[in-house]
Structure formats: C-alpha cells, structure tokens
Design a protein around this ligand. Structure first.
Ligand code: ADP
Length: 378
C-alpha cells in the first residue's frame, strides 16, 4: 500500500466506500421491498372496498413478482451508471485533493536541488484563518523556504565579507614582506610594526569571528551569579582611565548610589562594557568626553555609554549592530575595528534577556549606547 501514490489512495478509498454504500443500498432495498409492497397493497385494497379483499393473494403475489423484477432490472442499470459516475467523481476529487500535495512535493524537490527562491502558490490575499490544512501546510512550507533562502544568502554574504576582511590585512602583509625582500622597504622598526599591526588585526578578526560563531551557534551559556555592581564598575573604570588619559579623552561616571547587587555573567557584562567603552574611545577625538552612566529601577538596570565624538549618521544607525557594518569604513579600519564588536555586544545583551539601542543626533553630534538588563535574569 505504501508504494501507491496519494492520489490512488484517495481514489481507491472513495471508490470502495461508494461501492459498499451502493451494495448496502441495494441489499436493504431488496430486503425491505416485500414488507412495504404488501402493506401498500393492503391499504389500496381497503381503499377500493372497505372491509372486503378485492385482490386475491395469487394476484397480489404475481404483481409483487413483476414489481420485483422491474426494480431488479432498474437496479442492474442504475448501479453501473452510479458506479461510472462515482469513478469519475472520485478521480476528479482525488486529483483536486492531491494536486496541492504534488505541488508541495515538487517545490520541496526544487529546494533540495538548491532553488531556494521556490515557493508554493497560494491564493492571493488569503488570511491564515481562512486556510484549510493543506494551505496551512503550504504556507508553513513557504515560511521555511523563506528562512532557508535568508540563511543561504547570509552564508554567501558571510563568506564574501570574511574574504573581503581577510584580503585587506593579508595584502598589506604580503606587500610589506615583498617590499622587504626586494629592498623597496627599509628593514627597520616602522616596517615590522606595520606588519605586526596588520597581523594583530587578522588575529582580532579571527578571534571575533570565533566568538560570534559560538554566540550565534548557541554553543555558549551564561554563568550567572549575584555580585555587587559598584566594585565591578569601579574596577572597569580604573582599567579604562589610563587608556582614555593617553588619548586625552575625559572619562566620567554617573552611577546611582546604592546600586546593590546584579544577577549577570560578570565576564560577559565586562565584555559588553569593554566593547562600548572601546568604541567610544575610538570614535571620540582628543579633548572629547565619555560618560558611563548606570541607573537601577525596580525591574532593570540601565547602562549608558555617552560620548561627544564623531556621531553616527541617521542612515547608518539602524545597521550598526549588523556584522561587518561600519558607518565609517576608513576610520573603523584605522582604529583596528573588525565591524563585529557591536554584533557580539548585542548577542550578549540579548542572552541576558536585555536590549540594546544606539542613538545619535548625526555626524559630529556624539553617540549614546543604552542597554538594559533585567534585575532578575532567569
Ligand atoms: P568596529 O570594530 O568597526 O568598531 P563595531 O561593531 O564595534 O565595529 O561598530 C560598528 C560600527 O558602528 C563602527 O564601525 C562605527 O562606524 C560605528 N560605531 C560604533 N560605536 C560608535 C561610537 N561610539 N561613535 C560613533 N560610531 C560608532
């Protein structure tokens, strides 16, 4: 039975059911016929001459025999006609029912062959609530196909992005070494430092990619613990102060008193703040100012990193958490950025059940990165 196609399964089932119905109809018709016939004959007799039997039993039996033969002949003709019409109707209905499944199968086959843009056709403007089961299945299939297509596009884009990101430092390293071999570049510290900077950039890119793949692949988990927030922030502040001083950027804090404890992964929270404070340092020129503000409400803790640096143009703001997106490509490269830092940051905030947003009034107007972490991370 499993080798028979869905169409034939429906067709045969419908045909068998109809045959059984016709058989039962014919048998019950034949069995009930004498009872009804003689009852009606009896009624007719009384109607013609009340109280007196007009027709003899023999005549009645003869009429019944003729009537029985007539109905038999009628049945022998009408049952095959009904069967032929049933065959036709079953065939049409089976085709109707199995057609969407055949389409679905053809689309699945096409996607398996790599045509990710393949979709099952559904009537236009059809609401979810108006769909039957097969249309719902088709709609679910289309959603799955769309997400496969998106994943495939992202995979291609990722490979293109990584190749592009690797090419720049590799070309620089290769060019510098060739220059050294040919004697075009002097064998001195500047040249070696230049090579080292590019190698470091490569290393950071690979590290960031590895981290991102861990976060996106879900193969990481938070080590949540309760710890006092103030000493944690003080330590971070002490760590960043010299870096800011070296560049001539002022780092100030605005911590709400009595911050109390936070339940979070301290290493990951540290990583989030390091990414944001490093970005603000990179994108704020000398004599600029960066403030780290932390406020606590009943339900969440709000962290803000506010700078008065280069700012972000409105058209870039919605994309800066996308991997490899750089608002200012040359500036980010000079700063050694991989364009993945904010993507990692967003993943880490999301993992804590929080949310992160970036604000800027525009170029030259500074930036503000705000993220919230719920007080009770589950
Ligand atoms: P990168 O490593 O290039 O800094 P990120 O993912 O950390 O990558 O940041 C993405 C982009 O967002 C940066 O290239 C930069 O254009 C923009 N950006 C991030 N932080 C700031 C900031 N504080 N001020 C201005 N632009 C910023």
């Amino acid at each position: 039975m499993s080798r028979i196609s869905f169409f034939w399964k429906i067709f045969i089932s419908m045909f068998i059911v109809t045959c059984i119905s016709l058989f039962i109809l014919a048998v019950s018709f034949r069995l009930s016929l004498p009872r009804f016939f003689f009852r009606h004959m009896g009624e007719m007799n009384t109607m013609m001459r009340p109280g007196i039997q007009v027709m003899g039993n023999m005549l009645e039996n003869r009429i019944f025999q003729i009537f029985g033969n007539t109905t038999n002949e009628a049945l022998w003709i009408s049952i095959p006609i009904a069967l032929i019409i049933t065959l036709l109707a079953s065939w049409l209905i089976s085709r109707q029912i199995s057609a969407p499944l055949r389409n679905l199968f053809a689309s699945a086959q096409s996607i398996a062959d790599g045509n990710y843009q393949e979709r099952v056709l559904l009537p236009a403007n059809l609401q979810e609530s108006q769909m039957d089961e097969i249309q719902r299945l088709s709609s679910g299939f289309n959603q799955m196909a769309a997400s496969l297509e998106k994943t495939e596009e992202m995979r291609k884009q990722l490979i293109a992005d990584i190749s592009h990101e690797l090419r720049t430092p590799l070309t620089t390293i290769k060019g510098s070494i060739e220059g050294l071999i040919d004697g075009v570049l002097p064998a001195q510290n500047d040249t070696y430092e230049h090579i080292l900077t590019e190698a470091t950039r490569l290393q950071r890119l690979v590290d960031d990619l590895q981290e991102l793949s861990r976060l996106e692949g879900g193969s990481f988990s938070l080590t949540l613990q309760n710890f006092p927030l103030q000493p944690f922030l003080d330590k971070l502040f002490r760590q960043f102060q010299p870096l800011y001083e070296r560049k001539g950027v002022q780092l100030t804090s605005d911590f709400q008193p009595n911050l109390g404890e936070i339940k979070a992964d301290p290493d990951r929270l540290n990583q989030i703040l390091i990414n944001l404070l490093t970005n603000s340092l990179n994108y704020t020129p000398m004599y600029g100012k960066v403030t780290l503000s932390v406020q606590k409400t009943q339900t969440q803790i709000q962290f803000q990193v506010i700078d008065n640096g280069v700012g972000i143009a409105p058209e870039h703001l919605p994309h800066i958490f996308t991997r490899f997106y750089r608002a200012d490509k040359s500036r980010s490269r000079t700063a050694g950025g991989s364009g993945i830092g904010l993507t990692i940051t967003k993943h880490l905030v999301d993992a804590h059940g929080g949310s992160i947003q970036a604000f800027s009034e525009g170029l030259g107007q500074g930036s503000r990165f705000v993220f919230h972490i719920p007080v009770k991370v589950s």
